[in-house]
Design a protein around this ligand. Structure first.
Ligand SMILES: [Zn+2]
Length: 211
């Protein structure tokens, strides 16, 4: 309970301010915040506006940007960011029983892997690390930043945190949330906004079928 209270009391980084609730621990929070830049329930998308997208990616350390300079390459990067976001959402969906990823789902991540420049580094304390290290972001290029996200996912898969990152059971929502429940059976991003809505919808469907 103390852990929960501490995390709830934590002020999230500015790039995660839109997540609000059921936050993953750092650094997995970065993966969650990236996927949740799209809010299908509210119909809002931080990546819908190039200026807003560029500022968010820079704030999150995924792509360095100088707001005072023109950025002609950004349109291509924005497309990759949107597509990689769909891929990573599909990856999280595996934790909630969704279908395995198709070649189409994986293609944007393969593009990231083809463009990124991973680095193997030996630190002064002797640890051998594969980078870009999320702690040393910002990445200069978006592909390096997105590779950093994949490395965070790999570490979370190794330590067991990954499977607690889930997609909301409301098909119109699919919000990524971190399940801190003891039973690990949380289904909704929010019971009030999605859980009850789906329950009511199922109830209406059943009533319609009965009548
Ligand atoms: Zn939801």
């Amino acid at each position: 309970m103390i852990i929960t209270a501490t995390l709830n009391g934590m002020t999230p980084p500015s790039w995660a301010s839109h997540v609000e609730d059921k936050l993953a621990p750092m650094p997995l929070l970065l993966v969650q915040a990236f996927v949740d830049t799209l809010d299908r329930d509210l119909g809002t998308d931080i990546f819908a506006h190039p200026d807003e997208a560029r500022a968010w990616l820079a704030d999150a350390g995924l792509r360095a940007a100088d707001p005072s300079r023109p950025d002609p390459g950004f349109a291509v990067d924005l497309r990759l960011a949107r597509e990689a976001r769909d891929s990573i959402r599909a990856l999280i969906g595996r934790n909630t029983g969704h279908e395995p990823l198709t070649a189409g789902d994986l293609a944007p991540l393969e593009e990231v892997l083809a463009q990124a420049q991973p680095r193997l580094e030996v630190a002064a304390d002797g640890r051998v690390q594969l980078g870009p290290d999320p702690a040393t972001l910002p990445a200069r290029a978006l592909a390096d930043g997105l590779l950093g996200l994949l490395l965070i996912i790999r570490d979370a898969q190794a330590d067991g945190d990954w499977e607690k990152l889930k997609l909301c059971g409301n098909p119109d929502c699919r919000w990524a949330f971190y399940d801190r429940s003891h039973s690990r059976r949380g289904t909704w991003c929010d019971m009030a906004s999605c859980g009850n809505r789906i329950k009511n919808r199922n109830l209406r469907t059943r009533r319609a079928q009965v009548s």
